[in-house]
Design a protein around this ligand. Sequence first.
Ligand code: NI
Length: 445
Amino acid sequence: MAESEAYCNLRDLPVVGYTDRLHVFLRLSTNGMTSTLGLPELVPVPPNMSTTFAAASLLEAAEHIVPNVVVWRRHLHRHPEVAFEEVATSQFIHDTLGSLPGLHLTRPTATSVVAELRGGRPGPTIAVRADIDALPILEENDVEYRSTRDGAMHACGHDGHTAIVLGLASLLAPHAAVVPGTVRFIFQHAEEMAPGGAEELVQQGVMDGVSQVIGLHLWAPMPVGRIGILAGPAMAAPDQFQCTIVGKGGHAAIPHECVDPIAIGAQIITALQQVVTRTVDPLDPVVLSVTKFIAGTTFNVIPNSAHFAGTVRTFEPALRTSMPAQMERVIRGIAEAFGATVDFTYEHGYRPVVNDPALTDRLRAVVARTFAPDTLIDLRPTMGGEDFSAYQQRAPGVFAFVGAGNTDAGIVHPHHHPRFEIDERSLSLGLRYLTAATLELLSVR
Ligand code: NI
């Protein structure tokens, strides 16, 4: 059996017990030790204890725990929980980490977990972040590990992020005595729902004393085997707005005695695109999407009111600040011109993710020297948002993208799609990248 082939023939191994769930047997051929993994009593297998605390040795050991990462990811995928409801998820993380030596666990909020590895040698305190929440989506994938909870799905890859950081913790924990510094593993709830779990955790002090923070996103638009790390702005600020237009309802055949909020709303929505194209510097990226427009009940009644909502995505702080007023001027102007009133509200969401340039350079160099020559690719910023930015307000941070797509295998659906999937080989590269990045921040070569 190849060293990396962990799923061995069940008949070759003694049965050590049954649970109501799948048993997975894992053989680590590096040290000849056979251990069992059973769900839900999943026990991580420590890497070969003879592994030396050096980058090359730990990266090799990381390969051997990838099967655990796959098992964890599939377990989480089967049991998704949406933002602020990650009760079983956080308990699973807590239990898994609790079985490791050398970690100090805390629960800063009801559904988050922080594990701290306090190394036996002096060094910096760094943070590694995983987000743990799922989305309110009915999964349409037909896979063995399909979501068992209708209406909830890990459709953004956070199951993979959680499994990867569990893998990193299990890789480093046995070496606590020789780790130069402190590694704080942050398992964050509620990334998908503004104002987001990151800000809450920062308020709880999870970044206190942290000098650098790293995280990653498995990224389906990028092919598996690739890593993209952008210096500077990487992900936009996702703000949101709501607007209610109050007109005057009445008979559809007597429009002149009404104030039609649908006709006014249609003009406003069209004119908002003109705010983007005619009032914003074309070199400043901005997206304004109206994603909801609700009005009326039947064909012969002009309703009293109409409602629309949407999102604005920007990078530039000045533009971000000015967008609400620019939009409101157009909205009020059109509404008043036709005799309607409006209630317009605008909420700022996460700040943009801006990667520290110097740290980005270091981590790009790590990727270039650690992995195959074509691993590191140039990447453009995305207008998607991420509350990793909350940690970056407290310390220099780098958020990397790890390719998870595979066109040949049909892994082509975008994040947040009912058929979203990752190529699980991305878990291996994700773990090895985070391992190499963590060791770089700790100056372990
Ligand atoms: Ni995500």
